[in-house]
Structures are given as structure tokens and as C-alpha cells.
Design a protein around this ligand. Structure first.
Ligand SMILES: CC(C)(COP(=O)(O)OP(=O)(O)OC[C@H]1O[C@@H](n2cnc3c(N)ncnc32)[C@H](O)[C@@H]1OP(=O)(O)O)[C@@H](O)C(=O)NCCC(=O)NCCS
Length: 200
């Protein structure tokens, strides 16, 4: 297994890889460092010829950067990396490049798209659908049959109510509650969440 990224998020994934007893080949990082992962594992900037057939996980929390890197990566994308202390229902469907961190729960028939991050203690309830490159931060909750669009960022402790819809590219602030619907590319927070001005 290779990680692309050597920062804080990569550290948690590296520890999961160790606890699962999977082989670890090193990490690519295009930056200068210093890195959070031990320097001895740094394979240099991304190079498609290094360990070319070894599966890779893009270990970057920023959804836009993760998406952009996924377009240039030539290595095979690893199957879902699930921390041994997470629960994933056998009927849930997880795409490649997904990571599930300690204490997270993914319930029956949930569908999780490629490169999604389900962070520590996040709960994804029955039949939830989550689009590619989304990030559910620690202790956030996606209620039953809710839908979260591609590249959404759901901050720490936010709750998406059962059956609610969050459009593509939305940002939901920490501790917020989305009761019904957010239009694509909306930034919102509060209880209930109110749309804010989006700056790009
Ligand atoms: C949604 C978020 C990313 C928006 O950030 P932002 O657009 O840069 O907004 P700012 O932090 O500049 O805050 C702007 C204002 O909105 C308020 N605000 C921001 N997020 C809020 C929230 N979730 N709830 C209530 N008020 C909030 C701020 O207090 C600030 O108010 P002020 O102008 O009176 O001081 C940020 O608020 C957030 O929730 N961060 C948490 C990130 C997180 O969970 N990371 C975990 C990764 S695992």
C-alpha cells in the first residue's frame, strides 16, 4: 500500500494499515516537508513508475486537491481502507479509495462513492448515499436515507437529518443541522443550517 500525502490524515491511515497488517511501501508527497509520517518512508514527489502496481490511497483531506490528484494518479486505487475499530455493514457498498476511521459506523445498504473520507466516529445510517470525494468529519451523522453529493464537506459534529439532501460541493459547518435540503455549492451552518455567502 502507498499513501499520497504525508500529513496528519496520512498518519491515521498509516496506523490503520499497520493495525490491519497490510504491507506499507511508503508515501508520495509533492511538498518539501517536514512530514508527519517518518521521513524514511518518503518516496519523493508522485512518480507513476515507483511501485507502479502497488495500490494507493490519496491521503489528503481537502476534497478539491484529492479530486485533482485522483485524475493524475496512475497507480491502482486501493480498495476501501477500513480501520479495525470501525463498523461497516456487510450490505454497505464502498468504492475504491474510501477510508473509514476509528469509531465510524456505516450501516446497511449505504453507498459510498470513490475517495470518500468517513472520519473518526462519523455515523452513516441505512441507505445513505454519499458522492465521490465527500468528507464526513469526525462525529458527523448522515441520517437514514439522506443523500450527500459529490465533494461535500460535512464538518465536525454536523447532522444531516434522515431523508435530507445535500447537493454537490456543499460545505456544512461544525455542529450544524441540515433538516431538508441544501442546493449544490451552498455553504451553510447553524441549527437549522442557514445558507451563507460562498467564496471561491
Ligand atoms: C464551515 C466552515 C469551514 C466555514 O469556515 P469559513 O467560511 O472560513 O468561516 P469563518 O470561520 O471565517 O467564520 C465566519 C463567521 O461565521 C461563524 N461560523 C463559522 N462556522 C460556524 C458554525 N459551524 N456555526 C456557527 N457559526 C459559525 C464564525 O463564528 C464567524 O463569525 P464572526 O464573523 O461573527 O466571527 C467552518 O465554520 C467550520 O465549520 N469549520 C470546522 C472544520 C472541521 O470540522 N474540520 C474537521 C476536519 S476532520
Amino acid at each position: 500500500m502507498i499513501l499520497y500525502g504525508g500529513g496528519d490524515h496520512a498518519l491515521g491511515l498509516w496506523e490503520a494499515i499497520q493495525q490491519l497488517g497490510l504491507p506499507f511501501h511508503g508515501f508520495f508527497d509533492d511538498g518539501e516537508g517536514p512530514f508527519v509520517l517518518p521521513e524514511e518512508f518518503h518516496l519523493g514527489p508522485y512518480d507513476s513508475g515507483v511501485y507502479a502496481s502497488v495500490p494507493i490511497i490519496i491521503a489528503i483531506t481537502d476534497n478539491v486537491i484529492r479530486r485533482n490528484l485522483s485524475l493524475r494518479v496512475k497507480h491502482p486505487i486501493a480498495p476501501p481502507l477500513i480501520h479495525p475499530k470501525a463498523y461497516v455493514s456487510p450490505s454497505a457498498s464502498l468504492s475504491s479509495g474510501v477510508v473509514v476511521l476509528p469509531g465510524a459506523v456505516i450501516h446497511s445498504r449505504a453507498e459510498i462513492g470513490p475517495h470518500v473520507i468517513i472520519n473518526s466516529g462519523a455515523v452513516v445510517e441505512h441507505f445513505v448515499r454519499i458522492g465521490a470525494f465527500a468528507h464526513l468529519s469526525s462525529r458527523s451523522v448522515a441520517g437514514c436515507r439522506s443523500e450527500i453529493g459529490e465533494s461535500c464537506f460535512i464538518a465536525t459534529g454536523a447532522i444531516i437529518a434522515p431523508n435530507a439532501r445535500v447537493g454537490e460541493g456543499c460545505i456544512v459547518g461544525a455542529g450544524s443541522l441540515v433538516l431538508r435540503e441544501l442546493a449544490p455549492f451552498t455553504k451553510a451552518w447553524g441549527v437549522p443550517a442557514k445558507p451563507q455567502e460562498m467564496s471561491f
